[in-house]
Design a protein around this ligand. Sequence first.
Ligand code: SIN
Ligand code: CO
Length: 378
Amino acid sequence: MIASSWELNFNRGKFLEYHWQSKPLLMRNAISQFKPPVSSHELAGMAMEEDVESRLIEYRNNEWRVHFGPFKSGDFSRDQPWTVLVQALDHYLPAVAELRKLIDFIPQWRVDDIMASYATAGASVGPHYDNYDVFLLQGSGERLWKLGQVCDDTTALLSHDELRIIDTFETAEEYLLRCGDILYVPAGIAHWGIAQTECTTFSIGFRAPRIADMVSRWTDHLLEQLGSDAFYCDAKRTMMTRPGEIQQSDLERASAQLRAALDQADSNQWFGELVTEPHYSLPQDQDDVIQALSLLKDGFQAVELAPAAKLAWQQDAKSILVFANGECQRFDTSVLPSLIILCHDWRLNASDLDTALLDNSLVALLGYLTERGVICVT
Ligand code: SIN
Ligand code: CO
């Protein structure tokens, strides 16, 4: 059975209403007959790769320790329980990227990445909380998950330079996860997983943009649009008797003028650019790009979404804004049907395309997506 044919056995509507971003949910046997897309051996191999971000965490001599990859095989011969975590595994392995399709009822642009871990019996990365929502999918073996209190930046942590371990974990619930079970943990909920046997876990993480980052992007965009010759205006002001005073009416005038300037700025493309920005940059081979572009011109069979692709779109009155790995370009609305298929199926077959659909706009879109490293052409 291939990953794309796996189905989540649970009620998506109820999940969105009662759990998403608020309450944990255990989905027992969420994927029946689940077979982990990578073995512990392959996972360890990925942690030995130069370009892949990995960490090894262990509890030794009464303290939490972290070591950073790439690792050598000798690093995995240890006398204490240990966990190796591989970041953004979905960016390298299409079979792991397929797991993202399980959560297709939440926008793909909300997905951060899939981290995978391998733990020896008894190992843990310690009690902690994350700033992102996560679906913890149990691969091989068994892991006991403890859920604890709601945390924020006031929660006391152990003093550690690299790990954010909670000082006092208050166990509220415990679940033993087996292959194919999923535990959804919203951002900010303390959790603590302890491997009961040698096991693997796939963490499908959803990161939301920070409000501070949104403000910064929005104002950057706004500043590009605002003319430098627009000034605060206080025509027809009342006479001052206390010349040093800033009056409430001065502040109200300033904020009204600010609001008017904000309303004037019509572009909101900063949002799509922000949420499709890649966190890991995968190098692109320019010869491959040139070859793919000529295939697009001379006749291609199919295009496929690259596993690390961040692709989203937004429709406005006259056109479609396409966001590809943090950049944006405007296209004719005729590209929409193909774009919807590409985002849904991660693939577009030339044979399925009506020749009328394969117009200049679509060819231009596919060229743009190729140059942005979002699609592979065959
Ligand atoms: C793990 O896989 O060991 C840790 C995952 C998590 O706590 O987010
Ligand atoms: Co976590």
